[in-house]
Structures are given as structure tokens and as C-alpha cells.
Design a protein around this ligand. Structure first.
Ligand SMILES: Nc1ncnc2c1ncn2[C@@H]1O[C@H](COP(=O)(O)OP(=O)(O)O)[C@@H](O)[C@H]1O
Ligand SMILES: [Mg+2]
Length: 353
């Protein structure tokens, strides 16, 4: 039997009548980078804080390495945590901030020195050990917070929107740094963000959350290519949602017909269905077969590297299509035929309501 690094079983949180997290199950493998992605208020922080032991559960169990830690106090869980607002001690040097978890654990001085140095070198701040937090930039402060979270070699590292307070350029830099750190440390990380790009770049798997529950768990590319619901399709990437009717295992859309490689996801014959097609998966075809979608180009935006077309589909929906900037030019007003590979036509589940 596999033991997961982290095993969340029916964990739930209520505040009085309000449900912050519906009963949730989630398993994280050793060394995995799992991201909780979702809009504000979807329950990400609540789940993370229950894993950390900083918020009590209202039900369910949390296992770390197969051990039930649901009632274990935070400081004995062997979990490192990084928050959005650095939360460094302002009166302690960088060195002492990072040393703090080791002092709590009453480690010997020699051990403290070595571990703090190693940790600070890891985040490239070894030379600033004697500074105070206020003498550092926001990005540097957050790197100190990372160093503090890993200095005691925890079983698990949790990060709650750690880049949220930084400007875009720093965010982009630190994103890559976190990715590199994960590669080097091989730590199990549970990371919270509402930023899909961050989630896509960092994660082995993304746990998409919506309204206090898990919407879908999948590797980034799978989440992009095969979202299960409208919410998932809309939250990650851009989407065309096309309304059609199931006909013989394909989707009739106006006069056109879309084949899908995911016919197992279709409702029964004759039922309405919504399918997702990503903008870059639409292709203009010069010699359309009878089944292609047709439309009129209403807008062309050339962004250099890519070109975005807005197309009024003959079947009624407006479509967005992206193509490479170097592709054959297209003019507004042109009537075009569009094709999509069957693998890129993804039926969506009816929204749970
Ligand atoms: N201490 C609290 N008391 C009451 N409601 C709370 C508390 N903390 C969080 N909530 C509610 O729980 C829900 C989930 O919040 P949270 O986990 O912070 O979401 P996220 O991190 O995804 O933005 C929200 O509706 C929020 O208002
Ligand atoms: Mg939050």
C-alpha cells in the first residue's frame, strides 16, 4: 500500500453556519509540488492552515507520512510555512530569523550556524546574514522567509501566496527561484495562489478550488487541455465555449460538425452539450470539408508574436482564435472555415448547481 506524504481525508471547516471548506480529500506524494489554485474565498488558506495546524479542523483527518497529525500542535508537525507578508521578526537579524525554528528545537550552536548558513546560501543571501529585515527589499525578505521555512529540514513546506506582496518583475524572478529550490531540495510543497501562471509554472499537479471544494485535480497541462467544467475551463487559460447537440458521437454546431476524441464525456444522443476549444487550437482551412465551422472575421489584433482574431461563428457563438504573427494574414470581413483536431474538442460536464 502506498503511503502518501500528505493524506487529507474528509477534512472540513465550518465557522458557525458558514462552510469555509466542504469535506475534502487530497493526497500529495513525496517530493511533489502541489498548488491549491482558486479565486479569493475558495478555501485555499483555510485548507493550508489546517495542514499547518494553525487552524482547527471541524472534521476529518490529516496524515503526514501515514501518521495522524490532526491533533498535533503546529510546532510539532515538522512543517515549514511561508506566508504572503514575510512575517519576519523585525528586531532580529536575518541570521536569527532563520535560526528561530532551530532555537525553538534547542539545537546546538554549531548545528544552528551550519544549518542557517546552508539555508541562506540556498536563497543566495549568505552575505546579508547580519542585516535587519527592514534593511532588505521585499524580495529579499521573502527569501529569508523561505530560508526559515526550510532550515529545520521539515517533512513538508507550505506557502500561502508567498509572492502576493511583490511587484511583477520580482514575482517572475522568485517564481523561477522557487522552481529551482524545489528541484534542488526535493521537498514536498503545498503552495497556494490565485494566479494561474504561477500554478502552471511551478506545479506537478494543480488542485483547483471553487466555492469551498475541490473542482479538479490534474497536472497543469491536463488541466489546460482537459478541464472538466466550465469553471475550470474559464479559470485556466482562455476558452471558446461552443454550444452544440450530440449527434452520432460527435457535436452538431449549426451546419457544422465537431468530432471529439473524448466521446466518453458526451451526454446521450440528442442532448445539448457545451464543448471547449482553446483559441490556439482553431485552424483556418482553405479547403473546408462540409463539416467545418464557418464564420466571419470581425476583428484582427496583431500583437507581433501572435495575432488574435475575433470571429462571428455562423452557428451563433463568437469565437476567439490565436495564430502566430508570421502566419498568412487575415482581413476583417473575410469569411473563413475553421477546423479543430478531435483531441482538442473537450466536452464539459454540466455545472453542478
Ligand atoms: N476566521 C474566519 N471566520 C469566519 N469565516 C472565515 C474565517 N476565515 C475564513 N473564513 C471564510 O472562509 C472562506 C474561505 O476563506 P479562505 O480560506 O481564506 O479563502 P482563500 O484563501 O481561498 O481566499 C471565505 O468565505 C472566508 O470568508
Ligand atoms: Mg488565502
Amino acid at each position: 500500500m502506498t503511503t502518501f506524504k500528505l493524506d487529507i481525508r474528509d477534512v472540513t471547516k465550518r465557522y458557525g453556519e458558514a462552510v469555509a471548506l466542504l469535506p475534502t480529500n487530497l493526497q500529495v506524494a513525496q517530493g511533489e509540488f502541489l498548488t491549491l489554485l482558486g479565486p479569493s474565498g475558495s478555501g485555499k488558506t483555510t485548507l493550508l492552515m489546517m495542514i499547518a495546524g494553525l487552524t482547527e479542523t471541524s472534521g476529518g483527518q490529516i496524515l503526514l507520512d501515514g501518521r495522524d497529525i490532526t491533533q498535533t500542535p503546529a510546532y510539532r508537525r515538522d512543517i515549514g510555512v511561508v506566508f504572503q507578508n514575510y512575517s519576519l521578526f523585525p528586531h532580529l537579524s536575518v541570521f536569527e530569523n532563520v535560526a528561530f525554528p532551530l532555537r525553538m528545537r534547542k539545537c546546538a550552536e554549531g548545528q544552528v550556524k551550519a544549518a542557517v548558513q546552508r539555508s541562506l546560501d540556498m536563497v543566495r543571501l549568505g552575505h546579508l546574514a547580519q542585516r535587519l529585515p527592514r534593511e532588505l527589499s521585499g524580495g529579499q525578505q521573502q527569501r529569508v522567509a523561505f530560508a526559515r521555512a526550510i532550515v529545520f529540514d521539515p517533512q513538508l513546506v507550505l506557502m500561502d501566496e508567498p509572492l502576493g506582496a511583490l511587484d511583477k518583475k520580482l514575482r517572475d524572478e522568485l517564481k523561477l527561484e522557487i522552481r529551482k529550490l524545489h528541484g534542488e531540495l526535493k521537498k514536498t510543497i503545498v503552495y497556494v495562489t490565485h494566479d494561474q501562471d504561477e500554478a502552471m509554472l511551478l506545479s506537478d499537479r494543480v488542485c483547483l478550488m471553487n466555492e469551498a471544494r475541490v473542482e479538479q485535480i490534474a497536472p497543469p497541462v491536463a488541466l489546460y487541455e482537459r478541464p472538466r467544467t466550465r469553471f475550470a475551463a474559464g479559470f485556466v487559460g482562455e476558452s471558446n465555449l461552443i454550444q452544440g447537440t450530440v449527434r452520432g458521437g460527435a457535436i452538431a454546431v449549426g451546419q457544422g460538425m465537431l468530432s471529439t476524441a473524448h466521446a466518453d464525456l458526451l451526454p446521450v444522443e440528442g442532448r445539448p452539450v457545451t464543448v471547449l476549444v482553446r483559441p490556439e487550437r482553431l485552424r483556418i482551412v482553405a479547403v473546408p470539408d462540409a463539416a467545418a465551422l464557418r464564420g466571419r472575421v470581425v476583428d484582427v489584433i496583431d500583437l507581433g508574436a501572435v495575432r488574435r482574431l475575433t470571429i462571428a461563428g455562423e452557428h451563433g457563438d463568437t469565437l476567439t482564435m490565436t495564430m502566430l504573427g508570421g502566419d498568412q494574414p487575415v482581413s476583417p470581413g473575410a469569411t473563413i472555415a475553421l477546423a479543430v483536431a478531435a483531441n482538442d474538442v473537450v466536452p464539459l460536464a454540466e455545472d453542478a448547481s
